[in-house]
Design a protein. Sequence first.
Length: 481
Amino acid sequence: MYSIRWKILIAYLLIIIIAFSVVAATLIQLVGDYMFNQRVRDDQRVAENLASLLSEALYSLDVRAMYDGALNASAEKLSRVMVLDRFGVVQVDARSELNGRRFQNAEVIRALNGGGPDYGFYDIDDTGTLSHRTGLTALGNIREMTGLYAAPIYRDSELIGALVYISQAQEIYESLREITTQTILWMVMVAASALLMSMFVVRTITRPIGELSAGISRMSRGDLSTRVEVRGKNEFAQLASAFNSMSEKLERLDKSRNQFVSNASHELKTPLSTMKILSETLLYQENYDPEMQKEFLSDINKEIDRLNRIVSDLLTLVNIDSGGMQMNLGETRLRDVVTEQVKRLTPLAREAGLELSCVIRDPCETTGDSLKLQQVVYNVIDNAIKYTPRGGEVHVELAKVGKKAVIRVEDTGIGIPQEDLPHIFDRFYRVDKARSRETGGTGLGLSIVKQIVLLHDGDVRAESVENKGSTFTIELPLVQK
């Protein structure tokens, strides 16, 4: 199976060869046509002038005059003149070889039949006679190319014979062959140069593809740290950059998954270990105080509740990630959602020694799942209560801002350090792990909040000043009426 590099190289080379061949063939044809047409015009001028001069001698059958005229015109060894009568019989041959014999070929027949002058190219055989008519090709195997021009001879507009003018054209043929040979040589040199240049260009083009292919291969084997070098600013650079970005996201996702599994295992193991210790104490201690037994069982019950919350939150996130969460969408009045959750959590705030207040400025209707939105509001207010010391305040506000409903939950709690703020919506992320476990948190509540808000095409963000408090802002699109 050929690689894309060789496919591009062969295609590129074929295009160059075909284009050069067409240009070379056209050029050779044009040069050949010009050279042979020039010869035809020269022979035509000589033959027609001679036919005019010898017309009177042929009419009066003055052989001496015809012979002298033919001999003078054939003074050069490369030409030959014959004078034919009306029936094609040679009256005078400058070489005295065909005198008294009929000379017939296509050009002579045309001239004697009133078709006008005609010209043809012939090859000479071993006997020195015209063997066959040949085309104007530079690649044929021609021994001695010869041109034959037949011009009709008239006297007082009466056709009385024909003059045949034969001249050597081999030098033209050889020149054309030389041009063809040189052209082919240059074509081979250009093709070789184009091949070398094509190899360089194709290598430059396909190198990023090869590196990308190798990177994908390594990634398919599990190496998510694979990156490819980004060269230049072309489409391949954009492709390499996109691959690196995808690889980075996959690596981050894989690390996040591994961290998630590790955290989930740890969170599940902690209550199980606690329950095991408590149950073993009850199982193996013989003389135990009933009050201690009740306390141990109460602790076991709390750990079971905590384990149940962790599993429930994990299932919620799994359903969101897999797209399996059922959303019962409908028009939801956020005023009812917020007031109900504030009412629910008021006893918890009072027990913690906090003041929980709520201000509803607009009813704010949105399209969403009422139960899921209740969970969002509950988790954010519950989180504020957990991290606000006794004597503090938690304030909830609902208002319409532009085309969005905005829910703000402000507290006067311990706040969040700036370095932790970007991670508070990450799964199992805790700013204060000890306090979180002490308050029964799973580290998944805010992550669930963010995912549900995103499913409603909304946004959630947090602002905080350490030791002064935090503000969580939830934005949801309003129903457009």
